[in-house]
Design a protein around this ligand. Structure first.
Ligand code: GAP
Length: 437
């Protein structure tokens, strides 16, 4: 299938089945903003919970924070974003459209010129931070920014979090939260949005340990994506060199995924050195250096960062899972999502309305552990297809023998194989399959 067809079909599936909708659609939408529907919001919560479990709760050396979206605007002066967080922008003198200078597509024709070519201005630097005004009256209101990355507040709270959690370097602070960028050309569905969510870890360590922690987190993050079911053939490393390196980075690697529209970054592992804590020390006048109580050694901790978008992870998992195959001569579409992130873990399907009641009791019991669907409408084949299309890994069928043998049939989404399981063993059986314990 042509990549564009795959993307068109995936976007249609997301819209029709309730994963992603354009924001404020009845007013024509707004470029770069998206809403997550009932299934999308379940799946996002699962992605965030899986990341939090692995990056915070499974580790003794990481704590979490939840900071405000708007911080004192001096934060962004100190971080270098006011001065450096720019993309090059060009305008077409003919059709007046605006592009990111490094992303003008040769296939994109100008509608106002005879030869279809854009007549582009010289690149201008365009700051990506979204501004807002805070304060009740025009003369006292101040300009502020919606955060462009979640990590800056982690640096601002570094000392408080370290002291209150009784930690010392090496240790990390993690956060999941919204970030905003006034992207010049939001595109490729949710890939480049103006409002998105990040999952970031800032790991503070003595300078001489930074290279080892950098490798540690490169390995851990790669493995997490494999554990989420991403095809290892579809991800690769990209090391940043020269001008590619962001103003705060000493070293950086992206993890890229092969989307239907090409290879693109969805996570960055960054060696930020002491850039951030030094910048905030100098700008605020509040010393952010750390003194080891035992050795009395005083140093500004180095930071290793892992930064991944929730929305891009969702898009990776959806593109990675989108599959078309044939079962018993019939075409089907399925989302091969890992059970860990699938929005619905199990669907209970009574074979007939006449036996809906006992099946409903099974669904109510499973709901205490998993997001469980109950579907009694349509023939069983069509009900299986509906669940396959939204990525439900297991369907439980209650049939006319179930009341006799106290058993149900469990069908696996990917293989379509069926197994007879006793009703009393069902919750433990599904826990093992879905949660791994
Ligand atoms: N604190 C470091 C930082 O923000 P980044 O490479 O600019 O680094 C990290 O962003 C991740 O945030 C990206 O890999 C991507 O997953 C996500 N991201 C960045 N800009 C985005 C956008 N406009 N839309 C959706 N996700 C975005």
């Amino acid at each position: 299938m042509a990549p564009k067809d795959t993307m068109d079909k995936l976007v249609a599936l997301c819209l029709n089945r309730g994963f992603v909708y354009p924001s404020s659609e009845i007013y024509g939408g707004i470029a770069g903003f998206w809403d997550y529907g009932p299934l999308g919001c379940e799946m996002r919560n699962e992605v965030k919970a899986a990341w939090w479990q692995r990056m915070v709760r499974d580790r003794e050396d990481v704590v979490g924070l939840d900071t405000s979206i708007i911080a004192n605007p001096q934060t962004w002066v100190a971080s270098g974003h006011v001065e450096n967080f720019h993309d090059p922008m060009v305008d077409c003198r003919q059709c007046k459209r605006r592009f990111r200078a490094d992303q003008v597509d040769d296939d994109d024709r100008c509608k106002a010129s005879e030869d279809g070519r854009h007549d582009l201005t010289e690149p201008k630097q365009f700051n990506l931070m979204l501004k807002t005004r805070i304060g009740a009256s025009d003369d006292t209101a101040i300009d502020a920014y919606l955060r462009a990355e979640t990590c800056q507040s982690i640096f601002l709270d570094f000392k408080r979090a370290m002291q209150s959690a009784r930690k010392k370097p090496p240790f990390g602070i993690a956060q999941i939260g919204k970030a905003f960028r006034n992207e010049i050309t939001p595109r490729n569905f949710t890939f480049r949005s103006r409002e998105f969510e990040q999952m970031e870890l800032e790991f503070f360590c003595p300078p001489d340990q930074a290279d080892d922690w950098f490798e540690h987190f490169r390995e851990r993050r790669w493995q997490w994506h494999l554990d989420m079911g991403v095809d290892p053939e579809k991800i690769r490393w990209h090391e940043h060199t020269g001008d590619e390196l962001a103003h705060y980075c000493q070293r950086a690697y992206d993890i890229e995924f092969e989307f239907p529209f090409g290879w693109h970054e969805f996570e960055g592992i960054h060696h930020r050195g002491d850039h951030d804590l030094t910048a905030h020390s100098n700008h605020s006048g509040k010393d952010q250096a750390y003194t080891d109580p035992e050795t009395k050694e005083r140093y500004v901790p180095y930071v290793i960062e892992t930064s991944v978008g929730v929305d891009r992870t969702m898009l990776v998992l959806l593109c990675n899972g989108y599959t078309e195959d044939e079962v018993a001569g019939e075409k089907r579409t399925l989302l091969k999502l890992s059970p860990r992130v699938a929005p619905v873990k199990v669907a209970v399907l009574p074979l007939s309305k006449k036996i809906a009641e006992p099946a409903e009791r099974i669904a109510a019991d499973l709901r205490r552990r998993f997001n469980t669907a109950f579907d009694v409408t349509g023939n069983i084949g069509r009900r299986y297809r509906r669940q396959d299309e939204i990525g439900t890994p297991y369907c439980v069928t209650y049939d006319f023998d179930s009341s006799e043998d106290d058993s149900v049939t469990v069908r696996d989404r990917d293989t379509t194989k069926q197994e007879r399981i006793s009703i009393s063993a069902l919750p433990a059986y599904l826990s093992e399959k879905v949660l791994g314990y």
